[in-house]
Design a protein around this ligand. Sequence first.
Ligand SMILES: Nc1ncnc2c1ncn2[C@@H]1O[C@H](COP(=O)(O)OP(=O)(O)OP(=O)(O)O)[C@@H](O)[C@H]1O
Ligand SMILES: [Mg+2]
Length: 239
Amino acid sequence: MKASFFITGTDTGIGKTLVTAGLARALVSRGYDVGVMKPITSGAVRRGMGLVSEDAEYLLKAAGLHDPAMLVSPVCLEPPLAPLAVTMLTGQKVEMAGIIASFTALRNMHSIMLVEGIGGLMVPIRRGYSVLNLVLEMDVPLIIVARPNLGTINHTWMTVDCARTRGVSVAGIVFNHCENMPETAAERTNPDVIRRVCDVPVLGSVPFIEETDAASLPVEPFLPVAEKLLAVSEIARPD
Ligand SMILES: Nc1ncnc2c1ncn2[C@@H]1O[C@H](COP(=O)(O)OP(=O)(O)OP(=O)(O)O)[C@@H](O)[C@H]1O
Ligand SMILES: [Mg+2]
């Protein structure tokens, strides 16, 4: 049994890394062999002679993995910009072949792959090639991380529609509470409205979490989301 998911967001900074990490921990706790990947990182940090993806490091630590950075985060760009903007600024181009080869290698090593995207679906990577094209090349369904509050219906529906128009399937939507705020009427009603208008499974909501250190990220808030993902994707119990 092999399954892969591409975790995108309705925006940048929406909680893709945290949700991917939590899902990985929850699936590992259920006995699955989970791999993680962050194919392109912008805003990578300089350490020693090279550039490091802090998102990839967080995902590896959360999942308890030691896979090589050259597979998990094959492309690290220093400017905190969309990849095409980095190319326009510095001339450095993102080569897709190496990314697909790294993904294929990791997918062969693990039974479930969780791949964290870059910003949202229409972030340009090369001229005429966005994150959505990468998803199409990887041929994997999406998990969409969305804000829970007012305004999210518009962004979430646009993201689902954008995926479906290009033939990408959506495994489900996760509402993530990045902020510790009292629940509003919009937050109470949005999951049902979005389920209805988008006709996509809502995998659940992740509450605001006080302790977000990768090694001690609590598993409990992510277990219902992981169980729903396993159910809607018809993934068998691990051997
Ligand atoms: N449920 C949550 N509870 C508490 N803090 C959260 C939660 N979700 C996200 N955060 C915090 O919000 C910030 C942004 O989250 P995260 O880095 O996961 O977003 P992202 O979508 O991966 O961003 P990027 O587009 O830069 O990759 C982080 O500091 C993270 O710890
Ligand atoms: Mg991230």
